[in-house]
Each structure stands twice: as structure tokens, then as C-alpha cells.
Design a protein around this ligand. Sequence first.
Ligand code: PGA
Length: 248
Amino acid sequence: MKSKLIVGNWKMNGGLQANSALLSAIQSGLSSVTCRAAVCVPSPYLAQMQTLLVGSSLAWGAQDVSAHESGAYTGEVSASMLRDFGVRYCLVGHSERRQYHAESDTLVATKAQRALSAGITPIVCVGETQAERAAGQTEAVVKRQLAAVIHANGHCISEIVVAYEPVWAIGTGLTASPEQAQVVHGLLRKQLQAATAQADRMAILYGGSMNAENAATLLAQPDVDGGLIGGAALKADDFLTILASASR
Ligand code: PGA
């Protein structure tokens, strides 16, 4: 069985001292963890991750990357800069980026390309809003979002990680039921299978109010290969419980 992948998304939270306390608490519980694990942190703290997590089984990642390689793009951070700080993963197309920064499917696909060309694994987030689900558009929306990335990345598509994050479940305490998650993960798997022979070994993560209580049942679904964890990743005990559920 392939090993599951649990990724913490710290969003815009943290500080030098708080990060260091959180990481040491997480690291003290890592010895029994057999799944893959990472934390995606705000860019200013990547150097701190490189220092504190060197040699640890906990990888680190960024939450966004520029679609440009370099140049006059004030405020942007390039994939090669992230690489300088040992970044293994980079979230792209998180719904908060799509919603608050008007990121289009095409832009997200380019960002995934930039990450891949720097040797960073993009974690491509897809997911429908509550209104889209109510209108019966879930399948069309997630397929459209993933199709843009498949189209732009050709045979490299097998190198990405996909995260299904229903927008209505993010930070709301509402979680997709394990069955609802499996239905969408199954659709995404089929879409990947049509694009690459490697689809079965690719990771499709679930995100959206995954926590210490519900992780085990979500992770038991055949096409749920891990989790993208927001709020619960900021509490060491909760994050470790999720890591334990993914290590079974
Ligand atoms: P949540 O966030 O776990 O707090 O719902 C998940 C995410 O946005 O990646």
C-alpha cells in the first residue's frame, strides 16, 4: 500500500517563537509516524524550517509561487527562490488564492508548471463552492480545474499531488462525509488515469475541516491518499493524531 501524505497548511499564522514551539512538539511525536508529512508555512519562515527541520522526516513547503520565473514582479516569490530554501511542496490554487486573489485555472496551471520545473511538487487544490454543489456542478467544476493543470503539464502530470478541498468545508467545521469525499476522489482518479499510466500511485488529498476525530474515517476511503490540514495543523496534538491515523 502506498504511504499516505499529510500536509499542514498554516495559512497566515505563526511567528518565530510559536513556530519553533509547534515544531518541537510535533517532532517529539514523529518517531512512530510512518506516513509522509509536511508543513506549508508562510514564505518568511521557510529559512526557519530549513534550520529546524534539517534531517527531520517532516518536509516543508510554501503556500503559493509566482507564475513568473524572475523579473519585475514586486512582492512575488519565484519557484527557484523557494528551492533555495529546501522546499519540497508548494500549494497552488488554494481556494483562498482563487477567491481573494482572483487566480484563474490557467494561472494555477502555470504556477504548477513553475514549481515542477524547479523540482518542487505542486499540491494542486480543487474544489466546489456551496452554491456549485447545490447546483449539481461539483463534478464539472473540479474536472475543469484539474483539466487546466493536466493540459499545461503534459507527461509531468504524474509528479503533482492533487488536493480536493470543497470550499464549503474549509475552516467551517463542516466536513465532506467520507462517502462524499470518495465520490469526488474517484472522479479525479479517473481523470488522472486518462492522462497518465501513473495515476494509481499519485496522491489525492482531502482537505476541509479534517481533524483528529474525523481523519481516520476519511483516510479509510480507497481514493483518499492523505489530507491537507488547516486549523488542526496548528495544534501539535491534533496534527500528531492525524499523522497516527495516516500511519496505520
Ligand atoms: P481547514 O483548512 O482544515 O482549516 O478547513 C484546510 C485548508 O484550507 O487547506
